[in-house]
Design a protein around this ligand. Structure first.
Ligand code: URA
Length: 433
């Protein structure tokens, strides 16, 4: 086989075979038969020509088998996992994990770090002193067997082909290809080994997918890849035109997750966590209907069992639980600035990307891989889409360790569109089964 022939075949719009796709992925990853410039041309051909579900599944499997595949058979019970395509203020795993684990599911999750405007679950967890995201695989299995939940970082050798391919896509304008995104995400999800997977595909200004059509295509393709690989799949398309919940920033989001686990969190966020949990429980056969899943998931919040499970998780991974029991202990930013509305009206639109960017500029996110994160900084919204606001009222609080971060304050103010229109935002836009 020759890379040039495969590139030409894809460029001309023909369907590739399993062997041809494996040749490209393996040859590129090992640096043998496929040069970087050939893989770049291949990616561009895929960008314009797309891939069938079968091709995308072959691509996913080639990347998945380039490294370690976790064998979760060592864990007894139904192994569930969730994935969000990344948004602003998305701390869902911190709440969904404890809810489903409290109801008997095994939540064995590997998470990533944040880059750019979206935060990573690992960075959030690391704002809890002592929490070890680097536990060994053996410890991971043991912990999930004992308490039903573990949240750790991805092992170095999980889908290495994806790491190399993503780095190339990033500099060749081929990130935004639906089959390439789907195979990238699903290679890591499948390598992590769960039986039941729920995908949260974010749509809107703060997400990869800016419109519902593209988000639906991506969600359907990922669901199809998962099913063709023998997994039980579901997906939700959720709104990322405004941040999820109120808090954006690492320890601020952990505090919001703690409040939500105690039934005192923002309603949009609690509702989404309950919905994703119910989906996982139903698909995993742990409840008889979605409706029962919803009731039981909400019950775990109200009876304190989800919170207790979170405390167990943090303790098992070495975190100082006094911070969970008393969130006032989390280090605070030196300054809290209020961003005030300049007019009366209703919040009719928000720019989630701008809020994520503002948090990153405060030090809450990474501009580049390897940047050190300031866990205390971030933004807490006081108004969201649909809220009435008066001139001089606080729209958001900016938690900063820099005095007068004028650019950030302006970014947050500009992220709000205040008008006369009363908008009722919808969080879950579509469920794909
Ligand atoms: N997230 C991933 O893991 N891969 C992509 O290609 C895009 C988003």
């Amino acid at each position: 086989m020759r890379a040039v022939d495969i590139i030409e075949k894809k460029r001309n719009g023909y369907e590739l075979t399993k062997e041809e796709i494996e040749f490209m992925v393996n040859g590129f990853t090992k640096g043998t038969d496929v040069a970087d410039y050939q893989m770049s041309a291949f990616n561009m051909a895929v960008y314009f020509r797309g891939m069938t579900d079968k091709e995308a599944t072959y691509m996913t499997h080639a990347m998945l088998h380039s490294g370690d595949v976790l064998d979760l058979t060592k864990i007894k019970g139904v192994k569930v996992d969730k994935h969000s395509t990344g948004g602003v203020g998305d701390k869902t795993s911190l709440v969904v994990g404890p809810i489903v684990a409290a109801l008997g599911a095994k939540f064995a999750k590997m998470s990533g770090r944040g880059l750019g405007h979206t935060g990573g679950t690992l960075d959030k967890l690391e704002s809890i002193p002592g929490y070890n995201v680097g536990i060994s695989e053996e410890e991971f299995f043991k912990q999930v067997n004992e308490i039903g939940i573990a949240l750790m970082g991805q092992t170095q050798d999980l889908a290495p082909a994806d790491k190399k391919l993503y780095a190339l896509r990033d500099v060749t304008a081929t990130v935004e290809s639906i089959p390439l995104i789907a195979s990238s995400i699903m290679s890591k999800k499948l390598a992590a080994g769960a039986d039941v997977i729920s995908l949260d595909v974010k749509v809107g200004s703060g997400a990869f997918m800016k419109n519902l059509d593209d988000a639906e295509k991506l969600a359907r393709l990922m669901v199809s890849i998962g099913r063709l690989s023998g997994k039980i799949m579901s997906a939700e398309l959720t709104n990322m035109d405004e941040p999820l919940g109120l808090a954006v920033g690492n320890s601020l989001e952990v505090i919001e997750a703690i409040n939500t686990l105690k039934g005192k969190g923002p309603k949009d966020f609690e509702d989404l966590c309950v919905e994703v949990s119910a989906e996982l429980l139903f698909d995993g056969g742990l409840v008889k209907s979605l409706a029962e899943g919803l009731v039981k998931s909400r019950e775990q919040i109200n009876n304190g069992k989800a919170f207790d499970k979170f405390v167990e998780l943090i303790k098992a991974q070495g975190g100082d639980i006094s911070y969970i029991l008393n969130p006032d202990k989390f280090p605070k930013a030196k300054y809290v600035y209020e961003v005030k509305s300049e007019k009366d009206g209703y919040v009719c639109k928000m720019d989630a990307l701008a809020i994520g960017h503002a948090s990153m500029c405060l030090g809450g996110g990474r501009k580049q891989i390897g940047d050190i994160i300031d866990h205390a900084v971030g933004i807490v919204l006081n108004k969201k889409v649909g809220n009435k606001v008066l001139k001089g009222e606080t729209l958001a609080y900016v938690h900063s360790n820099t005095e007068n971060p004028l650019d950030v304050l302006k970014t947050v103010l500009d992220a709000y569109t205040i008008g006369n229109e009363v908008v009722s935002p919808k969080l879950v836009l579509k469920v794909i089964k």
